[in-house]
Write a protein that binds this ligand. Structure first.
Ligand code: SAT
Ligand code: MN
Length: 586
């Protein structure tokens, strides 16, 4: 319990509304009892504790397996402040709609109150929240994904402000599912979903949607970015932030294993964060980043000893698996892309008997997830808990594009980089409900996560660039997903992505050449180290090729996209688009 009067009043208001049988405060201790209760109710399944110590499996409702973007709302007084990329309802209307849904929603159940901290405890970057939930699964996940401890409760005692996160699984009724944000009130109300980004309110809801709004007001940035440190053979570590849409390999890049020729030379990679970065201008005028999270909520399918050995090691202990297949033979788990030996006697993610050798169905849901403490990662950065964060040399934007974007290019300057981020587009994945593989604009990989008008968000980026001046990080765009005419990926990806990062860091240090192309600075084929790869020079050229016709079509669709922001789109971005069009014609 806390002494903070504001928190106490809010919790008793929520208890009066939701009418639980009991209210239990969470301070990170005594979780065994909760686990035992969840095992008893079937909410958790214990995995083989000899093979997977501290690991459990959870199955969500089969209609509740991904973020529900069509049920996610930004509730600002003025509709224009939510902007064209968000669903909007006025705060008054949304509170009226949701209050009856929350009324009595926890009858016969326990209300858990979780004070949590986003960011290292004691860091000036960090922010506090309190999540109220009726789900033990949410409590256990929040205790991994955020800082939950007696120290955090103490911090809350003296806190002026905190984000009020109200969550109830209710009946998991998809027609009454709402994930609503009230940025003007520092509040989130989520009901009728128990899954990931809809229910673990510290993650996308707070650390991106609410935080991006706070960041704009307070002069910092909340971004959908991984943070990694790359150590060169001289022992210098340089830090990069990278934004990709959900399920585009961010966790793999964040934990990358250097290819052998790099490892031999002494290159190392350090993971600070795999999903979210909070960025501030430091006393030295540079951009500094922290990871506000305390764990990884990563996509399981495809994780294996080749694609991400670090993640595979990390998820061997103290991990909650959600929606993977259960191997009845030995009490372990299995997923598509783990190995070629699926279990024959298993239960699929839906809870049905499943034979991995004969079944046509998938054993694990494509968006099945692991929840694991950050400290389990074998390459966790020694700076992970540094309250001051790490200084950023480069910002990378990336999407999943079959043809248009080349392997890598560099923006001409920071403002041009803001343009490059704003025109990001990507093919949709299983991380959001809806059709998979449709190309849609996803500026800075923030389309589903920006808590205010994205036109204003672009203006804020430009403003930050002006404040940073010549200390601003360099901005790049990458695309690991180019395919050849037979539809095969050309670039090997995974650990070999370090080859591209090497060029990026060399550019930042002013040590690498580039050619000026209409879209920005590009490496020439000889500038990317392909030693030891079975990639021909022709293939590398294809990866670096820019098809003018495709880009002209791209310009036309960017125009349509930009128009949706009306007068909120900074003129500077229209100018950059006109500039690109002219360069393509020249
Ligand atoms: O469901 S989450 O938003 O937590 C994960 C993701 O989509 O990246
Ligand atoms: Mn993400």
């Amino acid at each position: 319990m806390t002494n903070n009067l504001k928190v106490k009043q809010w919790v008793s208001w929520a208890a009066d509304l939701c009418k639980p049988d009991e209210v239990v405060w969470i301070d990170g201790e005594g979780l065994d009892e909760l686990r035992a209760a969840a095992l008893k109710s079937g909410e958790l399944i214990m995995l083989n504790q000899d093979l997977l110590p501290g690991c459990y499996l959870h199955r969500s409702a089969i209609n509740d397996v991904a973020r529900a973007e069509d049920k996610t709302f930004i509730c600002t007084t003025d509709e224009a402040d939510a902007g064209p990329t968000n669903n909007w309802m006025s705060p008054a209307d949304m509170y009226d709609k949701l209050t009856p849904l929350f009324d009595g929603s926890m009858r016969g159940r326990t209300m858990y109150v979780i004070p949590f901290c986003m960011g290292p405890v004691g860091s000036p970057f960090s922010k506090l929240g309190v999540e109220i939930t009726d789900s033990i699964y949410v409590v256990l996940n929040m205790c991994i994904m955020t800082r939950v401890s007696k120290d955090v409760v103490k911090m809350l005692d003296g806190a002026e402000d905190f984000v009020k996160c109200l969550h109830c699984t209710a009946e998991l009724d998809i027609d009454k599912r709402f994930i609503s944000h009230f940025p003007e009130d520092n509040a989130i109300w989520s009901i009728n979903s128990g899954y990931g980004g809809n229910a673990l309110l510290g993650k996308k809801c707070f650390a991106l949607r609410i935080a991006s709004y706070q960041a704009k007001k307070e002069g910092w940035m909340a971004e959908h970015m991984l943070i990694i440190g790359i150590e060169n053979p001289q022992g210098q570590v340089r830090y990069i932030c990278a934004a990709f849409p959900s399920a585009c390999g961010k966790t793999n890049l964040a934990m990358l294993i250097p290819p052998e020729i790099y490892a031999k030379k002494g290159y190392k990679l350090w993971c600070v964060g795999d999903d979210i970065a909070w960025l501030r201008i430091g006393p030295d005028g540079r951009l500094w980043a922290i990871n506000p999270e305390n764990g990884y909520f990563g996509v399981v399918p495809g994780t294996n000893a080749q694609t991400n050995p670090n993640a595979l090691k990390a998820i061997g202990t103290n991990t909650i698996y959600t929606n993977v297949a259960y191997n009845e033979e030995d009490g372990t788990v299995w997923w598509e892309g783990l190995d070629d030996n699926p279990p024959e006697k298993a239960i699929d993610w839906k809870g049905n008997p499943w034979n991995g050798k004969t079944s046509q169905e998938k054993g694990a849901h494509p968006n099945s997830r692991f929840t694991v403490p950050a400290t389990n990662c074998p390459v966790i950065s020694p700076e992970f808990e540094n309250p001051g964060g790490v200084p950023i040399d480069a910002i990378i934007f990336g999407g999943r594009r079959a043809k248009t974007a080349p392997l890598v290019y560099q923006a001409r300057d920071f403002a041009h980089g803001v343009f490059v981020g704003s025109i990001m587009a990507s093919e949709t994945t299983a991380a959001q409900t809806g059709a998979v593989g449709v190309t849609r604009p996803d500026s800075m990989a923030m389309k589903p996560f920006c808590g205010y008008n994205m036109g204003d968000y672009f203006a804020h980026w430009l403003e930050m660039g002006k404040k940073l001046g010549d200390k601003a990080p360099e901005i790049f765009n990458v695309n690991w997903f180019r395919v050849d005419d037979d539809g095969n990926f050309i670039w090997p990806g995974f650990g070999d992505n370090l080859r591209v990062l090497e060029w990026i860091l060399a550019r930042c240090a002013g040590e690498a050449e580039a050619a000026l192309a209409p879209i920005g600075h590009m490496p020439r084929a000889g500038d990317i180290n392909i030693e030891g790869l079975s990639l021909s020079a022709g293939q590398l050229e294809e990866l670096l090729s820019v098809d003018k016709g495709l880009w002209q079509a791209e310009v036309a669709s960017i125009k349509e996209y930009y128009k949706t922001f009306g007068d909120r789109l900074p003129k500077e971005l229209w100018d950059k688009l006109a500039d690109l069009e002219a360069r393509l014609e020249a």
